[in-house]
Design a protein around this ligand. Structure first.
Ligand code: BGC
Length: 921
């Protein structure tokens, strides 16, 4: 391609297109969100950020202005009276994260809002109305008292393997007039269920989200106006243990944090028609019992429910609670009471079992067909006192019974005792299990698949991505990843859902969180997790490997705690959420300063803990490799991450306008880079240290390698993979975080694809071939010892899912939040098509490509108010058509030039169908 043909700039503004657009455009605003949530109740801020999406049937739709109205009532909103805020027409293309700037909001404020937009394709009508309410912002807003009972009962056992029954609380109260509005604020530790007049409030389960309760507790808010009746009413709650009353008290006191017995803070605020108010609060006028049907509930061990102990009608008016006890007024546990701003956990999916087989008389094995996290709902008929036991596991032994060795001492057993007299339907409420198989014993009669349903329990996040290719193996790997990600969201990202662990390990999510963000809208969860991490920071700056620090692991290293900084960066790039960077900057800086001061020696970071965790080991039964040629030097890993994190901090300092800090981070990073190269780079061989893929990849991907040596270092990576590892994976949790994108960025997406498409050991495909329906903790999960061998762990995904979307799909954020999108698919040999779509903050991006003997076909969608830089795999512009017409006739496309055998185009929003002739020629 001649130099002259480069940068052929053409500006095509179709002569009539503007005129037609204004005349006929159909532009509307939809999906209004406040703090990224739909109509949230009880938010914890008075300056929420508002976002909307623009729907347009025209290409090149850009917002030019907006107007937001926020009113204190729906009537005012309908009459366009913005008594809280009328932004008036603001000339701006901003449609996400617009700061509320109206009248100061106080606790309990109810805000009704709508928005209208002006765009390059015409004006939208007002959006549908949306809502938010403010929660209780100040400690003084809480009139309620903490109530609980700080002892076990005779049927409980507060031992190493605790058994604690659920506690049932009730309070009857009167309303003297018709209620205009009723709102409940509740903290029920560890988990609660809430009822009013016998009806469950909300469809959340395992509420509220877990925290380090000594630092903060989260409350949930519900509008219950419709649930109240004039006269007598009853409010009832059930408290389960969750993480508050830990699963393993007195087990390893130095390791496992304990918080105490379940407790509750509840406030029901009523406003009557005449404006007068009444508040019902938790206090010692309530009654409670622990002698109900939930005899024990423990996340590791399971739930036992005795239906003969049911407290019929306990949560409606008229129940005789004279025998119930008076709760104790208990101490608050020190943490701030804050609004939960991440999505609640819900039953997000259901699974029908594929088979039930009798193992021996009375023992059945049920196969869900999918490793999942949640529970089983059972239908059963039998005699009063019959006991059905359900035990859960991920795999089976050779004799077809459950394989439980890898669950360690988690008992994962639910027991249901029948009350008799008809059909009974039951599922536990305060536990979850990670399982594919269920062993059923004691079932009266013959269980069938129709008697059971798997209920998948996870954070109720919107599903944002779709990914599919012409290679079924890759699709199955994606499916496995999807189920793994879903399994491990529990109000915090946990490592696994099945064994006696389920801990929020930081290192597992460093880059995984980016891939996950394409699959689920995990923005609020990860923003919440950064708060958990900050709250776990010690006064000296140390950050643990697990946060909330339910397990006490302050080992001080770069790779696990560094996730704190990497995720703030992810939230900014993927969602344009600057909040976490601003909020956590001081704590991040403090942590890096602490590490530098304590462990940096001659500008190398000397402290590491986990190395390149879980590389494929030299022999099949091993969990960790002992072979020094497979493992990567800890100082190398730590220093490379240190460098990367310093640069991110430099970036953050710039975003926050802190030039002096930026300069300091830059200077420190330069020192680290120089020391690193001096120590680890062999100038002759261009190998870093022992020449593992991870040792060479980290400096290369992090841009630490002297420019002249990059090619040589990359060659070492290529040789190591293609020759030594026979084009297989040789990296662990650390190297795999950068591997697929690294290979692709440096020009070898074909090797990345080879690794992804392998089905022999070690590979993700190998797991599939061995029957996995999720991702394993170990590459050799089928042969390794059980001590640390979960079959549902997502840390080995590394950057695979990010690579699927960003490189195979070719959908990448160029400006934060996908305001500008880079569309650049790696159209690797071996794949005939990829269909990828992703809902960005602006709306849906789609990239569906296929190729067939010299022809390339690409359908894309760019959401309104964003634009895309599109790379078309064609040397000659004349080979490209859009919607069947020569590319040169495409209106609104801005610049065009060829770049490395590709044609680069800047386009606005809308749907496009590109075709390329002479593809690959
Ligand atoms: C966890 C991992 C974690 C690792 C670190 C394991 O037990 O399951 O997910 O990152 O420990 O030590």
């Amino acid at each position: 391609m001649s130099a002259a043909s480069k940068y052929i700039v053409f500006l095509l503004t179709g002569i009539f297109s503007c005129w037609f657009a204004n005349a006929f455009a159909d532009v509307s605003l939809q999906n209004l969100r406040c703090e990224m949530l739909k109509d949230p109740q009880g938010i914890g801020t008075t300056q929420p950020r508002l976002s909307w999406q623009i729907n347009s049937d025209e290409r090149n739709t850009q917002q030019t202005a907006y107007e937001i109205i926020v009113a204190s009532s729906p009537q005012k909103l309908a009459s366009n009276i913005g008594d809280l805020w009328d932004s008036h027409k603001v000339m701006s293309d901003r449609s996400i994260m617009v700061n509320y700037a109206g009248r100061p909001l106080a606790s309990r404020a109810a805000c009704y809002w709508k928005v209208k937009g002006w765009t390059t394709k015409g004006e939208s009508p007002w959006s549908q109305p949306a809502f938010w309410s403010v929660g209780l912002l100040n400690a003084a807003d809480w009139k309620a008292k903490w109530i609980g009972y700080e002892h076990g009962f005779p049927w409980d056992s507060v031992s190493k393997f605790s058994r604690l029954s659920a506690r049932y609380y009730r309070k009857q109260f009167q309303t003297s007039q018709q209620v205009k509005k009723a709102v409940v604020y509740i903290v029920g530790l560890g988990h609660y269920e809430l009822y009013i007049n016998g009806k469950a409030i909300g469809d959340q389960v395992l509420a509220e989200a877990p925290t380090d309760y000594t630092q903060s507790v989260l409350y949930n808010t519900f509008d219950v106006t419709a649930n109240l009746q004039q006269g007598e009413n009853v409010i009832g709650t059930v408290l389960g243990n969750g993480r508050f009353f830990t699963m393993r008290p007195k087990y390893k006191p130095n390791k496992i944090k304990e918080f105490g017995f379940p407790k509750m803070l509840l406030q029901l605020e009523l406003t009557y028609q005449d404006g007068s108010k009444k508040v019902i609060t938790s206090d010692d006028s309530w009654k409670f019992t622990a002698d109900g049907p939930i005899r024990t509930n423990n996340e590791y061990d399971g739930e036992e429910y005795d239906a003969t102990k049911e407290l019929t009608d306990w949560n409606v008016v008229g129940y005789d609670d004279r025998k119930w006890l008076k709760p104790e007024l208990v101490e608050a546990h020190g943490g701030k009471v804050e609004a939960q701003m991440n999505e609640p956990i819900k039953i997000v999916d259901t699974i029908h079992p594929v088979s039930i087989k009798q193992l021996k008389p009375g023992t059945w094995i049920m196969d869900m067909g999918q490793n999942m996290a949640g529970w089983v709902q059972m239908k059963v008929r039998g005699k009063r006192g019959d006991k059905v036991t359900l035990r859960f596991a991920e795999t089976l032994k050779e004799d077809s019974d459950l394989y439980i060795a890898n669950l360690r001492d988690a008992k994962v057993t639910d027991i249901y005792t029948l009350k008799g007299g008809g059909e009974e339907i039951w599922h536990p409420v305060f536990v979850y299990h990670g399982f594919r198989y269920v062993q059923i014993t004691g079932y009266p009669g013959t269980p069938t698949v129709d008697d059971f349903i798997g209920q998948v329990v996870s954070d109720n996040m919107a599903n944002t991505g779709h990914f599919e290719t012409s290679n079924p193996l890759i699709n199955q790997v994606y499916h496995n990843a999807y189920w793994g990600i879903l399994s491990d969201y529990k109000g915090m990202p946990v490592d696994c859902p099945q064994r006696n662990e389920r801990m929020p390990w930081l290192g597992d999510r460093a880059i995984g969180s980016l891939g996950e963000s394409f699959v689920f809208n995990n923005e609020n969860l990860y923003a919440k997790w950064l708060d958990d991490i900050e709250q776990s920071q010690k006064p000296d700056g140390s950050i643990p490997d697990v946060a909330p620090a339910y397990w006490n692991y302050y080992s001080d290293n770069m790779t696990w705690p560094g996730t704190y900084i990497l995720i703030a960066d992810m939230l900014y790039n993927q969602f344009a959420d600057k909040g976490p960077i601003a909020k956590h900057y001081p704590s991040m800086k403090k942590w890096l300063g602490y590490m530098r001061q304590k462990y940096a020696k001659d500008n190398l970071m000397t402290k590491d803990k986990y190395g390149d965790w879980c590389v494929p080991p030299e022999s099949p039964e091993l969990i960790h490799s002992r072979d020094s040629s497979r493992n990567t030097n800890g100082v190398l890993i730590a220093t490379a991450y240190y460098y990367r994190l310093l640069l991110l901090m430099q970036h953050f300092a710039k975003i926050l306008n802190k030039p002096a800090d930026a300069q300091q981070f830059a200077a420190q990073s330069l020192q680290a880079k120089n020391a690193f190269n001096q120590k680890f780079l062999d100038k002759k061989t261009l190998q870093y240290d022992n020449n593992t893929v991870t040792a060479n990849l980290l400096p290369l991907y992090f841009d630490m390698v002297p420019a002249a040596d990059r090619k040589g270092v990359f060659n070492n990576i290529v040789n190591k993979i293609t020759i030594d590892a026979n084009s297989h994976i040789s990296t662990g949790v650390i190297g795999t975080q950068w591997l697929m994108r690294g290979l692709t960025d440096f020009g070898r997406p074909d090797i990345a694809y080879h690794i992804a498409a392998n089905d022999d050991y070690p590979s993700w495909g190998y797991m599939v071939k061995r029957g996995a329906t999720t991702i394993w903790e170990l590459w050799n999960g089928d042969t390794a010892a059980p001590a640390m061998n979960s079959r549902n762990h997502i840390m080995l995904l590394g950057d695979l899912i990010a690579w699927f979307y960003q490189d195979l799909g070719g959908i990448k954020a160029d400006e934060p939040g996908f305001k500008t999108i880079v569309m650049k698919p790696a159209t690797v040999n071996g794949l005939n098509y990829v269909n990828a779509s992703y809902t960005t903050p602006y709306g849906l991006v789609k990239s569906n490509w296929k190729k067939q003997s010299g022809h390339f076909d690409w359908t894309i969608t760019i959401p309104a108010n964003s634009k895309a830089i599109v790379y078309l795999p064609a040397y000659k512009v004349s080979d490209i058509t859009c919607d069947g017409k020569a590319l040169s006739t495409l209106s609104g496309a801005k610049t065009l030039f060829d770049d490395n055998g590709e044609t680069k185009l800047e386009i606005g929003s809308g749907d496009y169908h590109f075709e390329i002739n002479n593809y690959g020629k």
